[in-house]
Ligand binder design. Structure first.
Ligand code: PLP
Length: 287
């Protein structure tokens, strides 16, 4: 079955869907995006991603392209037309099309909106999580507003490719102090050598992950605590467990960092349990 994309008001075969060569997303990475996991055709962590989208657009002074209701309908319709049961739906909004010039285009230039959706094998993801994955570290060379989910992802792409080149799944980025900021497309967590759950605070220059937020709520429901304190690469290598979170990856156990085995080199009990519980909650709350 051929895939379908929503582009600026119409649904088109993906192979024919195009945007203008002077779209500011293409020329300046002047746009933002969101990714929702899809379970049984429904969207997970719906409100969190929607709220962050509006925040990202507002921070960049890009107009909100349509009402929340209309956008919800477009997301759902794109999932439906692509017959996605389990997978993801991707939304990108850019500052629109205008003659190439750095300053913002004229007031009233409509933002561009594209939505795509694809199936992802849930069974394959579960098998990967059961085994755990390798992580490498890379210097964090990104700009100072990583709290905004922009499509300017070149440093993230380079970090992820470095991971692939070394047979790893994810790259954790490290600041000039030797502290882990986050993954190239995930938030980084450890259960430190004292048994404390730790992830970096979102006052730092990182993305406030929706999966992270939901997981925090789950952990609090269990009366457990998360220490939102930065950890170093050495802390991570000495940790009992390591894992990372994102839409699509959910909670993914890391079993090595730069080739150093974490714990006994198998997915840890806390990460494994949090993955199961996150998935139960995300599926239950999907809309
Ligand atoms: N950090 C970065 C840099 C990301 O790109 C992402 C997701 O794309 C995340 C963290 C995780 O965010 P979420 O849980 O909302 O998918």
């Amino acid at each position: 079955m051929s895939r379908v994309a929503y582009v600026n008001g119409t649904y088109q075969p993906l192979s024919e869907a195009v945007i203008h060569v002077e779209d500011r997303g293409f020329q300046f990475a002047d746009g933002v995006y969101e990714v929702w996991s899809v379970f049984d055709g429904k969207l997970a962590d719906f409100e969190g991603h929607m709220t962050r989208l509006v925040r990202s657009l507002t921070e960049l002074r890009i107009a909100i392209p349509m009402t929340r209701g209309s956008l919800t309908q477009v997301l759902r319709e794109t999932v439906r037309r692509n017959r996605v049961r389990d997978g993801i739906v991707y939304l990108q909004v850019t500052r629109g099309t205008a003659r190439r010039d750095h300053p913002f285009p004229a007031e009233g230039t409509p933002p561009s909106v594209i939505v795509t959706s694809k199936s992802v094998s849930f069974a394959k993801a579960q098998a990967q999580a059961a085994k755990g994955v390798a992580v490498i570290t890379q210097p964090d060379i990104r700009w100072g507003r990583c709290d905004i989910k922009t499509v300017g992802l070149l440093p993230n792409v380079l970090a992820k490719q470095a991971a692939r080149d070394r047979g790893a799944y994810e790259a954790w980025m490290v600041d000039e102090m030797g502290l882990v900021t986050e993954g190239s497309s995930t938030n980084a967590w450890i259960v430190d050598k004292n048994g404390k759950l730790r992830t970096r605070d979102t006052q730092a220059n990182i993305l406030k992950g929706c999966t992270r937020t939901t997981l925090m709520a789950l952990i609090a429901e269990h009366g457990l605590e998360v220490d939102e304190r930065p950890f170093s690469v050495d802390d991570a290598k000495e940790a009992k467990e390591a894992f990372f979170t994102a839409a699509g990856a959910f909670v993914m156990p890391a079993i090595s960092i730069d080739g150093v085995k974490i714990g006994d080199g198998k997915p840890g009990p806390i990460a494994t349990r949090l993955r199961t519980e996150y998935l139960e909650k995300a599926k239950r709350d999907a809309v």
